[in-house]
Every structure is written in C-alpha cells, then in structure tokens.
Design a protein around this ligand. Structure first.
Ligand code: NDP
Length: 254
C-alpha cells in the first residue's frame, strides 16, 4: 500500500526546538507515524511531553542550547547514546529578532546566525557519521519564506539572511550526500501561529499586511507544516532531495 511509505516504525527522529510550535507538531506527526522521538530545547516542557504521551508517541527530551558551540555534537551524541541510532534529524530550532539595519547590533546579528545557521550546519555535520554508518538517513531543515522574499512590514535583515543560508545549505548538502542514501530537504513556512509569530499577529501595524499579502487570507497552523514534514522525512519522499517546500497559503505567489 502506498500509505505504508509514510510509516516510520523502528526509526529514531531528533527534532530540535521540539518543545513548542512547529517543532512540537512535527515531533507529534513523526511519532504518530511510529518513530521514537527525541525533542530538544533549552527548557524541558511538561506540556509538550504530556501532549506527545497522549498522542501515544514514545518521546524523550534532551537539553541543548544551540547558542553553545558544542551543543550540536553533544545533542547528537546524547541521542545516539540513548537510542543507538539516528534516522531522521529535523533542524527546527530557530529565533527571530526584528530591527532596522542601521541600528542592528553585532551581538544580535551573531545570535541569530549562531542559532539559525551555525547550529543547523553543526547538527547536520554531527548526524552524517551515524547516518553513513547506518547506510542512510533523512535531514529536514526548517527555513522560511523570509529566505525567499523580503516580507513586510517588519525589518528583519538578519533573520531573512539566515533563512536564505538554510535553504542553500540544504541544497548543497543534499547534492553532496545524495549518493550515500542521505536525503536533505527544507520546508519554508509562511506565517504560522506559534509563540514566535504571536506578537506580530497581535500587532495592528503588522497583521493586516501579513493577512492581505497571503492569498488564503489566514495564518497557518503548525500541523499544516507537520504533515509536509512527515512526507519529506518518510519513504513517501524517497526521490525528493534538495527541495525547499514552501507552505505559505500562497504568500510567495505575489
Ligand atoms: P517557537 O518560538 O514557537 O519555538 C522555538 C523552538 O526553538 C522552541 O522549542 C525553543 O525551545 C527552541 N529554541 C529557541 N532558541 C533555542 C536555542 N538557543 N537552543 C535550543 N533551542 C532553542 O518557534 P516556531 O515554532 O514558530 O518556529 C520553529 C521554526 O520555524 C524556526 O526555525 C522558525 O524560524 C521557523 N519559522 C517559523 C515561522 C512562524 O511563522 N512561526 C515562519 C517561518 C519559519 P526553548 O525556548 O526551550 O529553547
């Protein structure tokens, strides 16, 4: 049955930033499909673990602050020591900080690049060795429409630059490791209702623009990203690599 290609039974998936928002929804989807799930973040979330347990997901938490230089290596090593293997890596943890370029500090620029770019590369790099040993694996990076268009009205040059880097990292790595049965893809979400976007949704100077520029006239929900993540992480996408899948209610059509 074609539906069986979506099943992940026996596989181990690590979802960074899996304690909330899009990452939590992805963890739930991969877990419902049968994968053993490891979620990471700076702070353990009982609510996340309760939600996953209620959904029947086998889940464990690994603490990791992606601002730290050794976090990616330590996170992958800890997952391997607990699970013994790593089949799926979802690099979802990310931060967004807005501001006008003229006043944007080096420190904030560096913070965004560290979490959104450096940590994504380091975690990909750390996952390659176990995936090679196992004969393959899947990496999914969470980019953004902000890596494709300069969405308005907020100014966010560092965030946009970081997400464009994630997209190119995805394509470059996909090309490099395709022959080793490791697929690397990205999802570029539009506005999705999470803690990250809540302030913007509540902002009367921003949200009307966000909505009017989105042909579907609404923000998306984390589950609408998670369904695509399941596709890309499963054998249903066995011939898909180097793809940046846009999920944005049509935003980038305009
Ligand atoms: P949230 O802010 O809701 O959640 C972010 C997650 O990342 C949390 O689990 C958080 O856990 C973790 N995280 C943040 N900073 C760090 C850090 N330094 N070290 C480790 N973990 C960290 O974000 P979203 O769910 O909205 O976003 C998820 C991804 O999707 C991000 O990459 C974001 O850029 C991208 N995206 C989001 C969009 C949106 O509209 N929401 C649109 C396009 C892309 P903790 O705080 O415990 O560390």
């Amino acid at each position: 049955m074609i539906f069986d290609r979506f099943r992940l039974n026996g596989q181990v998936a690590l979802v960074t930033g899996g304690t909330r928002g899009i990452g939590l929804a992805i963890a739930e989807a991969l877990g419902e499909a049968g994968a053993k799930i490891y979620i990471s973040g700076r702070t353990r979330s009982g609510a996340a673990e309760d939600r996953l347990a209620k959904a029947g997901v086998d889940c464990d938490f690994v603490a990791a602050d992606m601002m730290k230089d050794n976090a990616a290596d330590a996170l992958v090593a800890e997952t391997l020591s607990r699970a013994g293997r790593l089949d799926i890596l979802v690099n979802n943890a990310g931060i967004a900080i807005h501001g006008d370029s003229g006043e944007f500090s080096d420190a904030i620029w560096r913070e965004i690049m560290t979490v959104n770019v450096d940590a994504v590369f380091r975690t990909c790099r750390a996952a390659l060795a176990p995936m090679r040993r196992q004969g393959g694996g899947v990496i999914l990076n969470i980019g953004s429409i902000s890596g494709i268009v300069s969405n308005i009205p907020q100014n966010q040059v560092a965030y946009n630059t970081s997400k464009a880097a994630v997209h190119m990292m995805t394509k470059s790595l996909a090309s490099e490791v395709a022959a080793e049965n490791i697929r690397v893809n990205a999802i570029a979400p539009g506005y999705i209702e999470t803690d990250m976007s809540r302030g913007g949704i509540a902002n009367p100077d921003w949200f009307p623009t966000w909505r009017s520029m989105t042909p579907m006239g609404r923000v998306g929900q984390p589950e609408e990203v998670a369904a695509a993540a399941l596709f890309l992480c499963s054998a249903a996408a066995s011939y898909v690599t180097g793809e940046v899948l846009v999920i944005d209610g049509g935003y980038t059509t305009r």
